[in-house]
Design a protein around this ligand. Sequence first.
Ligand code: OSB
Ligand code: MG
Length: 370
Amino acid sequence: MKIEKIELLQLDLPMNTSFQTSFGVLSTKQTVIVKLYTDKGIGYGESASFNAPLYNYETVDTCMYILEKFAAPAVIGKEFNSVEDFVKEYKFVVGHNIAKSGLEFSFWDVKSQVEGKSLKQLFGGVQSKIVTGESVGIKDSVEATFKNIEEALERGYQRIKLKIKPGWDVELVEKIRDKWPDIDLMVDGNSAYNLEEHVDIFKKLEKFNLTMIEQPLAEDDIIDHATLQKEIETPVCLDESITSAEDARKALEIKACKIINIKPGRVGGALESIKIHDLCQKQGIGVWNGGMLETGIGRAFNIALASKENYIYPADMSPFYDFYSEDIVEDSFDINPDGTVDVRDVPGLGYKVDEKKIEKYTLRKVEIKK
Ligand code: OSB
Ligand code: MG
């Protein structure tokens, strides 16, 4: 497959409801769509970062910059027989996994079409439906949180994840457990806590039967997470701290967590996601698919990956209308009444890209040619 041209499209998507985490409020969301032109066809990928470096150090602008200046020029005009060979060309870029992931995904899309195999097949997926949960942002009141949970449960979501921050944790969880003693419930701290000040909070959370506590401590830490995991029974799940299979190996070696959230963007794409999945499976550690409020393009890859065997916890996979008024694919996925999402088993993305919508939301376009 010969790489003829790469278009980088920086999109600005208005959000219909803002989403609050411990690191801030997301009320407008940009993303980067990578459009790969080859002699065998066109593919799409998404580098799903945020406007500001709050979740990790990357932003939509750094994604555009890294792709334009380094990653895309490294592959342009060249011929590739495999995804492995393709990613080798821009491996010299340190970090910037979200940027790299969009480029890798665009290659998978073309490969999938050329070989006539679905992404699910290429990734080694086995599930025809994936189970999903809702991620409930930090709200102004407990009542507003109750309302969100009620709606999510009515829609079939099989797990509720609460975004927490210091001051919005134990009491909130207690009230929710009083009302819903049996639901699959978990919390996500997005690195807002530290052991020295907050260890008691996690001990207090023990009695609420949480499925897991996601990334309570610093994004660059696994040592303190290991200490915390020794002190509590509730499984610690790492998100931000795991940026590669090597990170995962080390975290598991020191028992820093019992569960791993795989966000394909955070780890650089599907190849690394699969490595982490396989490593965890060998060690009896279950994984699940996290989200970055991707559009239908990014979610297509997430869904296909989440169909692998060891994705055993519900995925963050809310449909576009939970965040955006429109998606950039015509036939975006929806949640079935039982809280599952169908995995499309056809070559390519499985969703029809809406070029008009992409144009409507494009803020900036950069073209890389030989
Ligand atoms: O930490 O999982 C996270 C959304 C924005 C930033 C960080 C996170 C999230 C989510 C996933 O909770 C939401 C989704 O994509 O459905
Ligand atoms: Mg998280």
